[in-house]
Design a protein around this ligand. Structure first.
Ligand code: ADP
Ligand code: ZN
Length: 733
């Protein structure tokens, strides 16, 4: 589409409006009475309905003029800036996503069409009611949990699971305050020039470079690499301060909701007020407020999940992607995009600095820095007295372990020593639940999910079997579902819950806490548990990936990795990289304060190159070796890849279409690429849909998207059939 030249359209002028409806293209309408701006959010008639849209440009005029309808009204919101329009178009082209779906990502706030008005909100009152009931207690808890946030009546009652009359009752008693407020209010001002921590010379140098970048108001991407605890956050907060001084906005993306609370406290300590918080756990009222205020420039800083990238910032000057290597930045549902890459794209369109921070960067970012595309800053040492832990392998071939035991005698002794010294030990196993497999000893049957080709994982804590693909649960059967033998079902392999059971047996006097994402009802419960552990409320922590990400346990001095080989078994091209990152990250949990730490990795293959690289800590060497291997194989980041996932309730249909695509691979070959497959996906069925994959490989520099578009466009299937294209796939399930 050509760039529109006009920025205002007079009454009756022909405009082209992009709606969130799945139509092929923007539609022509007449500008309403009083005209409208380019980018205006509008309501337009579509058939019998009224739908949300954006004035995308001048009308195409290729439609019967007498039938062109008029925009119903312009909504009370800042018009979408051309920068965001371009971003949506470029992101749509890159991910092969229809534009309406991109617009939906950019309008994920409810009630955008509502007029500005007052509304009633509810806050915690002065004193609890004299008579407390369960329902009342839940209401007060919800309000307490979210501190200063305001809720509508509907939100409080839904979150607390009570009727609105319970809330109203509490209002009468003064236990809850009801207030009238304008629907959307500006965010409190963040003050960039409050006293900050004195930076070390290393940190100061890095901060200066980032601040200089922000000051230049030109686009640049910087990889900020530094071991866990080296002060990366302190450093990039200086860049945030500079953006604030320049009246530009800042966005910080975090990979995990559980990390936002701690981070927001730090922002508040540094700038004197809390930034806006955007993620799936935030109330609808708050989302709408963020969306509007960001567009009016009355929200200076947003902290949140990847979808915050699609907010209508007025003047975005800095984007930080913290833990940039984290796989959760890749959206694996709906629009398949990688927030790290999209952050760089958006930054390039709005003259922003992009900071990618990590202790263990992705190979993509590392090689972009090597190639000079990204600047690179390194923080080599941990802040203060903290030093990186000693790393060593425990060779499991030499350990004597009874069946169904996973903690080796060597690791056991090390844990005992730490606990006796009054320090904490972490046992890490990246597997939720009790046991990954439930097998029948009579017939060998493994209990699987009814809807997916996946085994059900036993969760003893929840007293159920759970499918980690679709989330389906069922009670633990007492007889084998296949041969009906009684009491012959056995748990095979360890999950964290089972590991905890073993630890209780081995360390009867220690206080043991298990941290796994599925064991906490709410983010608050999890946060409370983490805080309690940090203050010394446990001697031994058993944890999954959750503990690898950024939580600070000052008294933790030993990390025992139960199965360092776990991630190396897959055929995934990133298996080595992922294992390296995860192991270094977990090991980095040990010895964050004054006490030196140690990390012990249980492995059956201590001579494996990845294990050796983890132990030696020669990160540059590891990345160089990994880069050269991928270079030779012509795989990302040195070659391009795209996954095509075909799914249908009818397996034959998915295969037939896959075969047809493979036979008609002209457009891909013409572009210099190659098609592999079709093959049944590693998880051949999810939620009752059969899945078939094709893989496209092409040399770097090939314009892959247009070729893909041309290749898959003719595909037609039944109503049950779905095709999705995954550019730069991260997982191949
Ligand atoms: P990273 O983001 O690299 O993991 P952080 O910025 O979280 O590191 O720093 C680790 C810890 O050290 C934090 O508690 C932080 O407040 C503290 N810290 C880092 N640099 C300084 C400094 N210059 N002065 C005081 N405390 C610091
Ligand atoms: Zn399932």
């Amino acid at each position: 589409m050509t760039r529109p030249s006009a920025s205002f359209f007079d009454t009756g002028a022909l405009v082209s409006v992009l709606t969130t409806q799945p139509l092929g293209r923007p539609l022509d309408y007449k500008a309403p009475e009083g005209g409208c701006h380019l980018g205006a959010f509008v309501e337009v008639p579509l058939g019998p309905r009224k739908v949300l849209g954006v004035v995308w440009g001048a009308g195409q005029g290729d439609y019967d003029l007498s039938k062109v309808r008029t925009v119903i009204r312009v909504l009370d919101a800042a018009p979408m800036r051309e920068e965001l329009q371009s971003f949506l178009m470029r992101a749509a082209d890159y991910t092969l996503t229809p534009l309406p779906a991109m617009l939906r990502l950019a309008t994920r706030a409810p009630g955008l069409g509502d007029p500005p008005s007052m509304q009633k909100i509810y806050r915690l009152g002065d004193a609890p009611p004299a008579r407390m009931t369960d329902a009342r207690r839940r209401v007060l808890e919800v309000l307490h949990e979210h501190g200063g946030l305001a809720f509508t009546l509907r939100e409080v009652s839904e979150l607390a699971g009570v009727t609105s009359s319970v809330v109203k009752g509490l209002v009468k008693l003064g236990a809850v305050f009801e207030e009238d407020t304008p629907r959307d209010t500006p965010y409190p001002w963040l003050e960039p020039d409050r006293a900050s921590k004195a930076l070390t010379p290393d940190q100061a140098k890095a901060a200066e470079a980032l601040v200089g970048g922000v000051r230049s108001e030109t686009f640049q991407t910087t990889l900020l690499r530094g071991v866990t605890g080296s002060g990366k956050t302190e450093v990039y907060l200086e860049a945030v301060a500079e953006a604030l001084r320049r009246k530009r906005q800042a966005l910080v993306l975090l990979p995990e909701i559980a990390l936002t609370a701690e981070f927001i406290d730090r922002v508040e300590a540094r700038f004197g007020a809390r930034p806006a918080e955007w993620h799936s756990g935030v109330t609808m009222t708050e989302r709408r407020r963020i969306w509007k205020m960001v567009g009016q420039g009355q929200c200076q800083m947003v902290v949140g999940a990847r979808s915050a990238l699609f907010l209508p910032f007025q003047d975005l000057g800095l984007i930080v992607v913290d833990e940039e290597h984290d796989t959760s930045y890749k959206q694996e549902d709906g629009v398949l995009y990688n927030a790290r890459d999209m952050a760089v794209l958006r930054g390039s369109l709005c003259d922003a600095q992009v900071v990618l921070a990590s202790a263990t960067p992705s190979l993509e970012s590392w090689s972009n820095a090597e190639a000079g595309k990204y600047a690179r800053l390194d923080l080599e040492t941990r802040f203060g007295a903290a030093v990186m832990p000693d790393l060593a392998a425990i060779d499991m071939r030499l350990e004597r372990l009874p069946a169904s035991r996973w903690i080796s005698p060597t690791l056991q002794r090390a844990v005992e020593a730490r606990v006796q010294a009054g320090e904490q030990a972490l046992l890490f196993l990246n597997r939720r639940g009790y046991a990954p497999v439930t097998i029948c000893r009579a017939c060998g049957h493994q209990v699987g999910c009814d809807h997916c080709d996946a085994r059900m994982v036993e969760h003893r804590f929840l007293k159920r079997l759970m499918c980690h693909q679709c989330g389906e649960t069922k009670p633990m059967p007492s007889v084998c579902p296949s041969c009906e033998a009684e009491d012959r079902l056995a748990a095979v392999g360890p999950g964290v819950e089972r590991l905890a059971e073993e630890a209780v047996g081995l360390f009867p006097d220690a206080r043991i806490a298990t941290l796994s994402s599925d064991m906490f009802g709410s983010a608050r419960a999890l946060k409370a548990q983490i805080a309690e552990i940090a203050e010394g409320g446990a001697d031994i922590i058993i944890g999954t990936q959750l503990v690898a990400k950024g939580h600070n346990f000052p008294n933790l001095t030993l990390v025992g990795v139960i199965d360092a080989d776990l991630g190396l078994q897959g055929s995934d091209l990133r298996a080595a990289e992922r294992t390296f990152q995860l192991m270094r990250q977990v090991a980095g949990r040990a010895g964050r304060a004054e006490k030196p730490g140690q990390a012990l990795l249980q492995t059956f293959q201590p001579e494996h190159s990845v294990i050796r690289a983890i132990l030696s800590g020669e990160e540059e060497g590891f990345w160089r070796a990994e880069a050269s291997e991928r270079h030779q194989a012509g795989v990302p980041p040195f070659g391009r890849m795209a996954g095509i996932i075909l799914s249908s309730t009818d397996m034959q249909e998915a295969f037939d279409i896959g075969n047809r695509l493979a036979r008609n691979d002209g457009p891909i070959r013409a572009a210099g690429g190659q098609v592999y497959g079709p093959a049944a996906a590693p998880i051949a069925r999810i939620r009752g849909r059969h899945r078939v994959r094709l893989l496209v490989k092409a040399p770097k520099g090939v314009a892959l998207q247009p070729a893909l578009e041309q290749w898959v466009r003719p595909v037609k299937g039944s109503a049950q059939f779905r095709l999705s294209v995954d550019i730069d796939p991260q997982s191949f399930y």
